[in-house]
Design a protein around this ligand. Sequence first.
Ligand SMILES: [Zn+2]
Length: 221
Amino acid sequence: MRFLHCKQCGDTTRLPFDEPTDDGAAAFYAAHASCFVETYASTGHSAASGPWHDPMSTRRHEVLGRGGPATAIGTRRILDEPLSWRIEPEGPEESTWVELDRPLFWATVDRVLYPSHLPKRPLEDWATQIDHFARAARPAEIVLLDDDPGSGNTTFACFTMTARARLESALAGIGFDEITRDRLSSLFDEEIFPPLRIRRCLRVRSEQAPSAQPDAPSLTR
Ligand SMILES: [Zn+2]
């Protein structure tokens, strides 16, 4: 997608690539006939604060203009209005982190342990151990899967077989009884275990501190 930005008025509009006629562009140029209009092209690098289909999610796209990288930011104040775009004259900074996908993790663990009931504490310890392992993992130890359609900044992932084997052998140190350990160990035979997610955050330095942003991702869940 492309963005047109008027340097004088500060107005910005988004043009989808597949627009059959360039009516949107023509109207924008006509409205800014005596201004300097710059075109910014999306690099494809983008993130949203929530699902892309959620109209209230803030969208951030890295774009390229004549002066180099910049950031197009799309927001709505209320549901009924169109997205309003602005261009920040600096490229976005990206932060990414890997974490245990806890909802998927607990669903899988509950399934394999059912109907026995275990004290929650050692399982929580185990989840925390895997989460720490994920956060410290090297990129080569992570396998990317699909993007999460329910989120604008999350990709499903899992560990490589080598990293999985290290985690499986660490299971012995958690203090489960033998039967439970065998059951939990069998989880590593599943295609995706433990389930991970990679979260991304695009931010422009000139925006407020992350703590003041309502859409800042939380590091704990
Ligand atoms: Zn203008």
